[in-house]
Design a binder for this molecule. Structure first.
Ligand SMILES: [Zn+2]
Length: 531
């Protein structure tokens, strides 16, 4: 790495100053790579509230390059697969995280994307913290940085969700930390045999419950929110647990008593991540070594609250306005510690989200909300009415069905039966997924492998497979695939917006180019045109 650095500096001396500015990554290595994923951040959240942003989102737009038309190219669009795309630079069929949970026919059970029964929880005693990256079948760009620096680079991933942190820290990162609602930030024996002292000190002083004090009210005047989203309380917005009213202000001390997990649904869920990130920067001296270090953050609160209340809720708008200020706090702190322009930042999301279909129907859009339980029963009835050579269903999940039959005539009969259901736009057999030219079949193929089912389906656009309130994601429709992609840092054009179609799988190759390291082992994306 030192040899590379010396070479790039001597080449740089020959490059005119103007060209240096347009050639990110050609100069000295940045001190720090800050990789931000906002869970469930739709691309329009960056533009919709833009007039109200004053902090980190504003800085990313005014000092960075924004790719306005970035789309995932796989389905299902969930957290695990999306994060793994961001860090491996390829689709789920290559990186192996084909969903959050999938049915493994060889094991005859569901597997969670970052489960690992061979590791032990560290800082926790919960089986649910036996987690590792072993199911990720590619290196990540953070792994490649570790290899390139012979382990000298420090790589830390933080999230409230295990899968948001582990996909970032990869196989060789120093640590992934995720939040246990009671204990604070924990990890597993894949990364460490015990929690570092600074994390123990952080947990002692910043327990999740300790954030739940006072009231949560709107950051700005209520009229501002009404102008951007409509009324505070309206049908099909879920309510915070224990809250009868479903409107501001929220008494967090009362609602949070005995329920520290409430933090996940409030702006404090993002604040605790900023706080632990800055504690890591100080304790681990991030950005002060001879190699580029990595601070990878995945903000889970926007997903938790989005699921509960949907994309039109004033509460969700407030979380984004406050996340803007919180990211501003992070950047200001990094400026003070490392110097302005001493680090690169990327921003993206793991998926978008739909609108609540019940609310859309009230607005006159002919869509419907389907509960997963009802859909399963209705699909089961359609399939049980068929005269199959080998009847029987092994599993239904991720919009795919594992059948007992290996007879492709049976698969076609099931496909045709599903297409009679009013919610289903299209269904395919596994053979059609392997060979089909339909763009939606191709998206399925991008998350298809030997563990996948035999018949696949997709609900029509705007139809939601979820509870009555809130919203979800998972489809290949634009509202689930469209996410922000932004890069900011030395040499990257400021205040620049590009509208060509790009993909989150391009983010890892872009980091590889910026840092002068190898591509992740399965990368298929291309570096973004930062110019
Ligand atoms: Zn989600």
């Amino acid at each position: 790495m030192r040899i590379l650095l010396a070479l790039s500096v001597s080449v740089l001396a020959l490059v005119p100053a103007g060209a240096q500015k347009k050639n990110p990554g050609a100069g000295s290595q940045p001190k720090l790579a800050v990789s931000i994923v906002v869970d469930q951040m739709r691309a329009d959240y960056l533009t919709r509230f833009a007039p109200l942003y004053t902090g980190g989102f504003k800085r990313l737009v005014t000092e960075g390059q924004v790719f306005r038309n970035a789309h995932y190219t796989h389905t299902p669009t969930y957290t695990g697969p999306g994060h793994a795309v961001v860090y491996t630079g390829t689709d789920p069929s290559n990186h192996g995280i084909i969903a959050n949970d999938w049915y493994d026919p060889a094991l005859g059970r569901e597997v969670y994307c970052v489960e690992d029964l061979e590791v032990q929880p560290v800082g926790s005693t919960r089986d649910a913290d036996r987690r590792s990256p072993k199911n990720i079948l590619s290196t990540t760009w953070t792994d490649e940085l570790e290899w390139a620096s012979v382990g000298a680079a420090k790589v830390f991933g933080f999230s409230l969700k295990d899968r948001g942190a582990i996909t970032a820290a990869g196989h060789y990162g120093d640590a992934a930390f995720w939040m246990d609602d009671q204990q604070g930030f924990v990890t597993s024996s894949h990364y460490a045999s015990e929690l570092p002292q600074w994390i123990r000190a952080f947990n002692a002083q910043h327990a999740p419950a300790s954030y739940l004090k006072g009231t949560w009210d709107r950051l700005l005047e209520p009229s501002v929110y009404a102008a951007f989203t409509g009324p505070d309380e309206r049908p099909f917005e879920g309510k915070l647990r224990g809250s009868a009213a479903g409107s501001f202000p929220y008494d967090l001390a009362t609602l949070g008593a005995g329920n520290p997990g409430l933090i996940r649904y409030t702006p404090h869920g993002n604040q605790i991540l900023i706080d632990v990130a800055l504690a890591a920067v100080d304790a681990e001296n991030l950005g002060r070594g001879t190699h580029t270090d990595v601070l990878a953050l995945s903000f889970s609160t926007p997903d938790h609250l989005g699921h509960l209340m949907g994309p039109r809720a004033q509460e969700l708008m407030d979380v984004y306005l406050r996340l803007d200020r919180q990211l501003g706090q992070l950047f200001d702190a990094l400026d003070a510690r490392l110097g302005r322009g001493a680090y690169y930042v990327s921003l993206t999301a793991d998926h978008g989200s739909c609108d609540n279909s019940n609310q859309a129907a009230l607005d006159g859009f002919a869509v419907q909300n389907w509960s997963g339980k009802d859909l399963d029963a209705q699909f089961g009835a359609l399939i049980s009415g068929l005269d199959l050579n080998v009847p029987g269903i092994l599993h239904v999940g991720n919009d795919q069905i594992h059948l007992k039959s290996t007879d492709d005539d049976d698969w076609e009969r099931v496909r045709d039966a599903l297409m009679k259901h009013p919610a289903v736009r299209m269904a395919w057999t596994a053979d059609e997924i392997r060979n089909g030219c339909d763009p939606k079949a191709e998206m399925r193929r991008n998350a298809f492998d030997a563990r996948s089912g035999q018949v696949f389906y997709e609900l029509a656009s705007g139809h939601m497979d979820y509870g009555t309130d809130g919203c979800t994601h998972g489809s290949g429709h634009a509202y689930d695939t469209h996410v922000p992609v932004v890069f900011m840092g030395p040499g990257i054009p400021a205040n620049s917006q590009r509208w060509e179609r790009v993909h989150p799988r391009d983010i890892a190759p872009t980091w590889s180019m910026l840092l002068g390291i190898a591509l992740p082992s399965s990368a298929t994306g291309d570096p973004l045109p930062l110019k």
